[in-house]
Ligand binder design. Structure first.
Ligand code: T5A
Length: 216
Protein backbone atom coordinates (compact mmCIF):
# COMPACT_ATOMS: atom_id res chain seq x y z
CA UNK A 1 0.00 0.00 0.00
CA UNK A 2 1.32 3.41 -0.84
CA UNK A 3 -0.02 4.43 2.58
CA UNK A 4 -0.29 8.11 1.71
CA UNK A 5 -3.12 10.12 0.12
CA UNK A 6 -5.41 8.73 -2.56
CA UNK A 7 -2.88 8.40 -5.40
CA UNK A 8 -1.48 5.02 -6.42
CA UNK A 9 2.20 4.14 -6.65
CA UNK A 10 3.22 1.78 -9.47
CA UNK A 11 6.80 0.68 -10.10
CA UNK A 12 8.46 -1.06 -13.02
CA UNK A 13 11.45 -3.38 -12.54
CA UNK A 14 13.68 -5.83 -14.37
CA UNK A 15 17.26 -6.72 -15.25
CA UNK A 16 19.30 -4.59 -17.67
CA UNK A 17 17.75 -4.30 -21.11
CA UNK A 18 14.40 -5.80 -20.04
CA UNK A 19 12.65 -2.90 -21.79
CA UNK A 20 11.46 -0.79 -18.85
CA UNK A 21 12.23 2.57 -20.35
CA UNK A 22 10.69 1.51 -23.67
CA UNK A 23 7.51 0.28 -21.93
CA UNK A 24 7.10 3.21 -19.55
CA UNK A 25 5.49 5.64 -21.98
CA UNK A 26 2.96 3.08 -23.21
CA UNK A 27 2.06 2.25 -19.60
CA UNK A 28 1.60 5.94 -18.80
CA UNK A 29 -0.66 6.40 -21.85
CA UNK A 30 -2.69 3.34 -20.92
CA UNK A 31 -3.24 4.60 -17.38
CA UNK A 32 -4.17 8.03 -18.74
CA UNK A 33 -6.80 6.40 -20.99
CA UNK A 34 -8.24 4.81 -17.87
CA UNK A 35 -8.44 8.22 -16.17
CA UNK A 36 -5.30 7.88 -14.03
CA UNK A 37 -2.63 9.94 -15.84
CA UNK A 38 0.53 9.32 -13.78
CA UNK A 39 3.53 11.41 -12.88
CA UNK A 40 6.40 9.49 -14.50
CA UNK A 41 9.72 9.41 -12.68
CA UNK A 42 12.74 7.19 -12.07
CA UNK A 43 15.29 5.94 -9.59
CA UNK A 44 18.01 6.57 -8.98
CA UNK A 45 17.02 10.10 -9.95
CA UNK A 46 13.80 12.05 -10.07
CA UNK A 47 15.27 15.18 -8.39
CA UNK A 48 18.37 17.31 -9.08
CA UNK A 49 20.13 15.68 -6.14
CA UNK A 50 18.94 12.22 -7.21
CA UNK A 51 20.21 12.71 -10.74
CA UNK A 52 23.59 13.83 -9.36
CA UNK A 53 23.72 10.68 -7.20
CA UNK A 54 22.75 8.63 -10.25
CA UNK A 55 25.83 9.99 -12.00
CA UNK A 56 28.01 8.79 -9.10
CA UNK A 57 26.36 5.37 -9.05
CA UNK A 58 26.52 4.67 -12.78
CA UNK A 59 30.01 6.17 -12.89
CA UNK A 60 31.25 5.35 -16.36
CA UNK A 61 34.89 6.16 -15.58
CA UNK A 62 35.78 6.07 -11.84
CA UNK A 63 37.02 3.20 -9.67
CA UNK A 64 33.71 2.51 -7.93
CA UNK A 65 32.65 2.30 -4.29
CA UNK A 66 31.95 -0.35 -1.65
CA UNK A 67 28.52 -2.00 -1.43
CA UNK A 68 27.53 -0.11 1.75
CA UNK A 69 28.29 3.24 0.13
CA UNK A 70 26.25 2.24 -2.91
CA UNK A 71 23.21 1.24 -0.84
CA UNK A 72 23.40 4.38 1.31
CA UNK A 73 23.67 6.65 -1.74
CA UNK A 74 20.65 4.94 -3.31
CA UNK A 75 18.58 5.48 -0.18
CA UNK A 76 19.81 9.08 0.19
CA UNK A 77 18.57 9.80 -3.33
CA UNK A 78 15.34 7.93 -2.52
CA UNK A 79 14.71 10.01 0.62
CA UNK A 80 14.94 13.18 -1.45
CA UNK A 81 12.78 11.74 -4.23
CA UNK A 82 10.09 10.67 -1.78
CA UNK A 83 10.19 14.00 0.07
CA UNK A 84 10.08 16.28 -2.97
CA UNK A 85 8.24 14.29 -5.63
CA UNK A 86 6.53 11.02 -4.73
CA UNK A 87 4.81 11.79 -1.43
CA UNK A 88 3.50 15.22 -2.49
CA UNK A 89 2.06 13.70 -5.66
CA UNK A 90 0.39 10.80 -3.84
CA UNK A 91 -0.97 13.11 -1.17
CA UNK A 92 -2.47 15.31 -3.90
CA UNK A 93 -4.24 12.24 -5.29
CA UNK A 94 -1.95 11.86 -8.31
CA UNK A 95 -0.73 8.49 -9.50
CA UNK A 96 3.01 7.90 -9.73
CA UNK A 97 4.72 5.57 -12.19
CA UNK A 98 8.38 4.98 -11.29
CA UNK A 99 11.12 3.29 -13.33
CA UNK A 100 12.70 1.18 -10.55
CA UNK A 101 12.32 1.53 -6.78
CA UNK A 102 13.28 -0.42 -3.66
CA UNK A 103 12.72 -3.87 -5.19
CA UNK A 104 15.78 -2.94 -7.30
CA UNK A 105 17.77 -2.36 -4.10
CA UNK A 106 16.81 -5.81 -2.80
CA UNK A 107 17.75 -7.28 -6.18
CA UNK A 108 20.96 -5.38 -7.02
CA UNK A 109 22.42 -4.54 -3.60
CA UNK A 110 20.77 -7.22 -1.43
CA UNK A 111 21.24 -10.14 -3.83
CA UNK A 112 23.64 -8.91 -6.54
CA UNK A 113 26.18 -7.33 -4.18
CA UNK A 114 25.40 -9.78 -1.36
CA UNK A 115 24.36 -7.21 1.28
CA UNK A 116 21.35 -9.34 2.20
CA UNK A 117 17.69 -8.49 2.70
CA UNK A 118 17.97 -7.48 6.34
CA UNK A 119 20.20 -4.46 5.80
CA UNK A 120 18.10 -3.25 2.88
CA UNK A 121 14.97 -3.67 5.03
CA UNK A 122 16.46 -1.46 7.77
CA UNK A 123 17.04 1.36 5.29
CA UNK A 124 13.66 0.78 3.65
CA UNK A 125 11.87 1.21 6.98
CA UNK A 126 13.95 4.27 7.91
CA UNK A 127 13.49 6.11 4.61
CA UNK A 128 10.01 4.98 3.59
CA UNK A 129 8.17 4.27 6.83
CA UNK A 130 5.06 2.34 5.72
CA UNK A 131 5.21 3.57 2.11
CA UNK A 132 5.36 0.68 -0.41
CA UNK A 133 4.34 0.49 -4.07
CA UNK A 134 0.73 -0.55 -4.66
CA UNK A 135 1.78 -2.53 -7.72
CA UNK A 136 5.17 -3.61 -9.04
CA UNK A 137 5.54 -5.08 -12.51
CA UNK A 138 8.73 -7.06 -13.14
CA UNK A 139 9.76 -7.38 -16.77
CA UNK A 140 11.42 -10.79 -16.86
CA UNK A 141 13.65 -12.32 -19.52
CA UNK A 142 16.86 -14.38 -19.64
CA UNK A 143 19.89 -12.36 -18.58
CA UNK A 144 21.69 -13.02 -21.86
CA UNK A 145 18.76 -11.63 -23.86
CA UNK A 146 18.58 -8.47 -21.77
CA UNK A 147 22.32 -7.94 -22.05
CA UNK A 148 22.18 -8.40 -25.81
CA UNK A 149 19.48 -5.71 -26.02
CA UNK A 150 21.35 -3.30 -23.77
CA UNK A 151 24.71 -4.14 -25.34
CA UNK A 152 24.30 -1.82 -28.31
CA UNK A 153 25.11 1.21 -26.20
CA UNK A 154 28.48 2.89 -26.38
CA UNK A 155 30.10 2.78 -22.91
CA UNK A 156 28.71 0.33 -20.32
CA UNK A 157 27.96 1.84 -16.89
CA UNK A 158 29.23 0.45 -13.56
CA UNK A 159 26.35 -2.05 -13.29
CA UNK A 160 26.46 -3.11 -16.93
CA UNK A 161 30.13 -4.05 -16.43
CA UNK A 162 29.10 -6.79 -13.94
CA UNK A 163 29.29 -10.51 -14.84
CA UNK A 164 26.28 -12.67 -15.79
CA UNK A 165 26.30 -14.33 -12.32
CA UNK A 166 25.53 -10.94 -10.76
CA UNK A 167 22.49 -10.48 -13.01
CA UNK A 168 21.34 -14.06 -12.41
CA UNK A 169 21.18 -13.24 -8.68
CA UNK A 170 19.30 -10.03 -9.50
CA UNK A 171 16.79 -11.86 -11.67
CA UNK A 172 16.30 -14.67 -9.12
CA UNK A 173 15.65 -12.09 -6.40
CA UNK A 174 12.96 -10.34 -8.45
CA UNK A 175 11.24 -13.68 -9.12
CA UNK A 176 11.44 -14.61 -5.42
CA UNK A 177 9.86 -11.32 -4.45
CA UNK A 178 7.01 -11.99 -6.87
CA UNK A 179 6.48 -15.41 -5.28
CA UNK A 180 6.61 -13.93 -1.77
CA UNK A 181 4.26 -11.00 -2.51
CA UNK A 182 2.05 -12.18 -5.39
CA UNK A 183 -0.57 -9.51 -4.83
CA UNK A 184 1.85 -6.61 -5.23
CA UNK A 185 4.65 -8.00 -7.44
CA UNK A 186 3.61 -9.43 -10.81
CA UNK A 187 5.87 -10.84 -13.49
CA UNK A 188 5.53 -9.98 -17.17
CA UNK A 189 7.28 -12.05 -19.83
CA UNK A 190 9.56 -9.50 -21.53
CA UNK A 191 11.21 -11.87 -24.00
CA UNK A 192 8.78 -11.18 -26.85
CA UNK A 193 8.46 -8.26 -29.24
CA UNK A 194 7.85 -4.73 -28.00
CA UNK A 195 4.21 -5.03 -29.10
CA UNK A 196 3.76 -8.30 -27.16
CA UNK A 197 5.29 -6.83 -24.01
CA UNK A 198 3.18 -3.70 -24.30
CA UNK A 199 0.01 -5.80 -24.61
CA UNK A 200 0.94 -8.00 -21.64
CA UNK A 201 1.58 -4.92 -19.50
CA UNK A 202 -1.74 -3.37 -20.48
CA UNK A 203 -3.59 -6.59 -19.68
CA UNK A 204 -1.87 -6.86 -16.33
CA UNK A 205 -2.65 -3.24 -15.49
CA UNK A 206 -6.31 -3.75 -16.41
CA UNK A 207 -6.52 -6.89 -14.27
CA UNK A 208 -5.08 -5.03 -11.30
CA UNK A 209 -7.32 -1.99 -11.87
CA UNK A 210 -10.37 -4.28 -11.90
CA UNK A 211 -9.25 -6.18 -8.81
CA UNK A 212 -8.71 -2.86 -7.03
CA UNK A 213 -12.13 -1.56 -8.05
CA UNK A 214 -10.53 1.26 -10.04
CA UNK A 215 -11.86 0.30 -13.49
CA UNK A 216 -14.76 -1.78 -14.85
N1 T5A B 1 19.97 0.31 -9.44
C1 T5A B 1 18.83 1.05 -9.43
C2 T5A B 1 20.41 -0.35 -8.29
O1 T5A B 1 21.45 -1.00 -8.31
N2 T5A B 1 19.66 -0.26 -7.15
C3 T5A B 1 18.52 0.48 -7.08
O2 T5A B 1 17.89 0.54 -6.03
C4 T5A B 1 18.09 1.17 -8.27
C5 T5A B 1 16.84 1.99 -8.22
C6 T5A B 1 20.26 2.28 -13.48
C7 T5A B 1 20.99 1.25 -12.71
O3 T5A B 1 20.79 1.44 -11.33
C8 T5A B 1 20.76 0.20 -10.68
C9 T5A B 1 20.20 -0.75 -11.68
C10 T5A B 1 20.63 -0.19 -13.01
O4 T5A B 1 21.80 -0.85 -13.42
P1 T5A B 1 18.21 2.09 -15.09
O5 T5A B 1 18.35 3.42 -15.66
O6 T5A B 1 16.84 1.64 -14.89
O7 T5A B 1 18.93 1.93 -13.66
O8 T5A B 1 19.12 1.26 -16.00
P2 T5A B 1 18.95 0.00 -16.83
O9 T5A B 1 18.17 -1.09 -16.23
O10 T5A B 1 20.37 -0.27 -17.18
O11 T5A B 1 18.12 0.50 -18.01
P3 T5A B 1 18.23 -0.15 -19.38
O12 T5A B 1 18.02 0.98 -20.32
O13 T5A B 1 19.40 -1.01 -19.56
O14 T5A B 1 17.06 -1.15 -19.39
P4 T5A B 1 15.59 -0.98 -19.76
O15 T5A B 1 15.11 0.40 -19.47
O16 T5A B 1 14.90 -2.08 -19.12
O17 T5A B 1 15.60 -1.22 -21.33
P5 T5A B 1 15.27 -0.23 -22.54
O18 T5A B 1 13.83 0.05 -22.60
O19 T5A B 1 16.23 0.90 -22.50
O20 T5A B 1 15.62 -1.19 -23.74
C11 T5A B 1 16.96 -1.59 -24.01
C12 T5A B 1 17.08 -1.84 -25.54
O21 T5A B 1 16.25 -2.93 -25.90
C13 T5A B 1 15.30 -2.53 -26.88
C14 T5A B 1 15.21 -1.01 -26.80
O22 T5A B 1 14.83 -0.44 -28.03
C15 T5A B 1 16.63 -0.65 -26.39
O23 T5A B 1 17.44 -0.59 -27.53
N3 T5A B 1 14.05 -3.21 -26.53
C16 T5A B 1 13.62 -4.31 -27.14
N4 T5A B 1 14.13 -5.03 -28.17
C17 T5A B 1 13.43 -6.12 -28.56
N5 T5A B 1 12.24 -6.53 -27.98
C18 T5A B 1 11.70 -5.83 -26.95
N6 T5A B 1 10.56 -6.26 -26.36
C19 T5A B 1 12.40 -4.67 -26.50
N7 T5A B 1 12.17 -3.77 -25.50
C20 T5A B 1 13.18 -2.89 -25.53
Amino acid sequence: MSGTGSGRFITLEGVEGAGKTTALEAMASHLAERGHAPLVTREPGGTDLGEAVRGLLLDHAGDGMCADTEALLIFAARAEHLHRVVRPALEAGQWVLCDRFTDATYAYQGAGRGLGNERVAVLEDWVQGPLRPDLTLVLDLPVSQGRARAGGRSAPDRFEREQDAFFERVRACYLRRATDEPQRVRVVDASGSQADVRLSLQQMLDTWLRESGLHD
